[in-house]
Design a protein around this ligand. Structure first.
Ligand code: ZN
Length: 492
């Protein structure tokens, strides 16, 4: 399989597209906004120890001094056997820290208002599958990995790799590692080992107070993540990011340097393989299938439903064959859409009914086979007699839809609007009610263009009858900014 990664960089955002055999499979987007300092590692200096509060103020080079509580001070032998920090230190803070002392810390919370950042000395460095804690000593597995066999296998594999490669510190196995191969975990360990070596050099050379390490941005995380995969080429359309990527790779993952290319093309990089169009389409509710049918993808809070539909015209002669073919294609399109849209949680697929049991088996096989290529773990149930299949897919990052969209403010996320006719009738009822309650000389309706048009055309007779009935003139004013459902009835 030929795999390629395209990275599009603008001052506002970085977008990473993974293309397999010329077809877009995955998109990741990171927008530049206030990033905060959580996760940053600093060499700080103790400004003042506060024995009464069991805490200390630390200068990390920010405007406001940061705060380190005794319970966030970690030293060897401080963990209990579950790998958790023991709280309720018996040791008083002034025996742990002294004024003027240098201390390596990581930000736990951003500064807020007059409060300084909250710090910890338990340094943790995240990678794709693992979080390394150089000063820790225990091995934990994310609680979201539920299968006890998976947990045990991961714990043993990672412990073994650590034993051979690093021999120091503790580690947490992240949820993403659930279906990771041993080799992928090993690459993660190697990466973390190198990052930690660089960090140790920085710890020695940086003068307090100073920044030692910042979280890795998306473009660089991508370099880290392509090591393990079949990616032949990474193309970046920004000279600056390209240079950074090359340096990052030379330093930490030399095996990918040859695969990184600068893309100077006149054509926008996301025009290659129609990536831009594909991203737009990945927000549509309706997805066409080659044989003429289509999928309808709907998301609710509880689940996502995918309805498989046949094309409009299907001959009678080979009906079962056509349905079978549509379902087969749908199975592939669905697994790609799940990945592209990054849909997690429960997914209910409603395949078209098929009489032939062998056809049903083959559709299920096709679905399972194409889902197997997904790096995010999925679980598939049997097909119910009505053709329903339940898929669960781990939730990782936010879905593409939630990254790029918000609920519609016009319909309030319902997805439907009251028809202009319904709005007209609401207006008539309101005028009637108000004419009984108040003694109006005139009424003024302020409504959207489409509702106004209807009041002047299809509903003109009803409006005239109403004016006669209440014996009061009703005027109309178009408000271009009003949405279909919006209107005012004003008494004059
Ligand atoms: Zn809407």
């Amino acid at each position: 399989m030929s795999e390629e990664v395209l990275i599009n960089v603008t001052p506002q955002e970085t977008r990473v597209a993974t293309v397999e055999n010329g077809v877009l499979q995955e998109v990741q987007i990171e927008r530049v906004k206030y990033r905060g300092i959580v996760g940053n590692i600093y060499k700080g200096r103790v400004v003042r120890v506060l024995p009464g509060m069991q805490a200390a103020f630390i200068d990390i080079g920010l405007e406001r001094t940061a705060f380190l509580h005794a319970s966030d001070i970690m030293h060897r032998g401080d963990e209990n056997h579950n790998g958790e920090l023991e709280t309720g230190h018996s040791e008083p803070i002034h025996s742990l820290l002294a004024d003027g002392e240098e201390v390596v810390v990581q930000a736990l919370k951003d500064p807020l208002g007059s409060k300084g950042a909250r710090l910890t000395t338990q340094i943790s460095i995240p990678a794709r599958f693992l979080v390394y804690m150089p000063y820790g000593q225990h091995f934990g597995v994310s609680q979201k990995i539920e299968d006890p066999e998976d947990r045990e296998r991961l714990r043993q594999t990672v412990a073994q790799i650590f034993e051979n490669e690093i021999q120091q510190g503790g580690v947490i196995v992240r949820t993403a590692a659930e279906s990771a191969a041993e080799e992928e975990l090993r690459l993660d360990v190697n990466f973390l080992q190198k990052v930690w070596q660089r960090l140790q050099q920085r710890i020695e050379t940086v003068v307090a107070p100073g920044l030692i390490h910042e979280d890795i941005p998306l473009a660089m995380r991508t370099m880290r993540d392509v090591v393990r995969s079949d990616v032949q080429k990474v193309r970046i359309d920004s000279r600056e990011t390209y240079n950074k990527a090359i340096n990052f790779a030379k330093d930490l993952i030399p095996e990918v340097v040859d695969r990184i290319e600068y893309y100077p093309g006149e054509r926008p990089i996301f025009d290659l393989y129609s990536v831009e169009d594909e991203i737009k389409r990945a927000l549509d509710r309706k997805v066409p299938i080659k044989s003429g049918g289509h999928l309808v993808i709907d998301r609710t809070e509880a689940m996502t439903t995918i309805d498989v539909n046949t094309g409009a015209y299907i001959g009678r002669r080979n009906l079962e064959e056509t349905l079978f073919k549509t379902n087969l294609e749908a199975a592939q399109v669905i697994s790609r859409q799940l990945r592209l849209r990054n849909i997690g949680g429960i997914i209910i697929i409603d395949f078209i009914d098929m009489k032939d049991a062998e056809h049903r088996r083959q559709v299920m096989r096709a679905l399972e086979k194409s889902l197997a290529r997904d790096r995010t773990k999925t679980f598939v149930t049997h097909m119910s007699p009505l053709g329903l299949v339940e898929v669960t897919r781990k939730r990782t990052r936010e879905s593409l839809e939630l990254t790029l969209c918000e609920p519609c403010s016009v319909c309030d996320g319902r997805g439907v609007l009251k028809t202009p006719q319904t709005v007209c009738y609401e207006i008539f009822r309101e005028i009637l009610r108000e004419s009984r309650q108040f003694d109006a000389k005139e009424f003024l309706i302020i409504a959207s263009q489409i509702v106004s048009d209807m009041l002047l055309d299809e509903e003109a007779t009803t409006l005239a009858d109403l004016q006669g009935f209440i014996d009061t003139p009703v005027h109309l004013q178009v408000e271009a900014t009003y949405q279909q459902e919006e209107y005012d009835v004003v008494l004059l």
